[in-house]
Design a protein around this ligand. Sequence first.
Ligand code: 6PG
Length: 236
Amino acid sequence: MIEKNDIKIFESKASLAQYFGRLLKEKTTKSEQVSIALSGGSTPKAIFDELANSYADSIDWNKVHFYWGDERCVPPTDEQSNYKMTVDHLLSKVSIPKENIHRVLGEIEEQEAAGTYETLLKDKLPTVNDLPQFDIILLGMGDDGHTASVFPYEIELWDNKNTCIVATHPDSGQKRVSLTGGIINNAKEIYFLVTGEGKAGKLDEIIHKKDDYKKYPAALVNNPVWLIDKEAAKLL
Ligand code: 6PG
């Protein structure tokens, strides 16, 4: 791994996943409870597989509470569901109490799903700076510079006063529930998982603060730790 401030560059997705596995194990060793908001998409799958394969018996899953940073407005059985992806790659393979899993109700009307999730976060998480606070947030970054489900064309959602909003995917029109900037930036620790050559250009713009980089929602995340592979890091 090459380290430069809060940028950690890994040879592969596997070594990135191993790093995160060690990190989560350390957190659960030192804390009574760890609340973690997960990202969706394809990148986290390698992390979830590593946790399932190498840490099923060495992490005390009773201490871990899973949430989601965003969720597609589909049933939990739908192949598009971030929750289903997490079940398939992790939750079905570790002994975690079902009451520790706090999913977005993708199957109900989207505004109701956002409001219900906002209430759940307020009930379950400690309030710090007048906002629910996660211990850890995992974020991905789309090729277009979106994060969670705040897309560049509707970047104003980032500063929405609500902690959960309904966003619309620019290409598919798919409705999604997403956390907003306030609660994301209120987390104790934020990890950006970014892999693949397709992300190299946006990473270059955001990390080197090029041009009008703040047009990308991913650029609005405060002080993340970047966990990236060498393909994504090729322009850094
Ligand atoms: C989602 C994600 C989304 C994702 C990025 C990166 O629901 O799709 O939360 O924000 O993290 O699009 O996705 P990849 O990891 O698949 O590149």
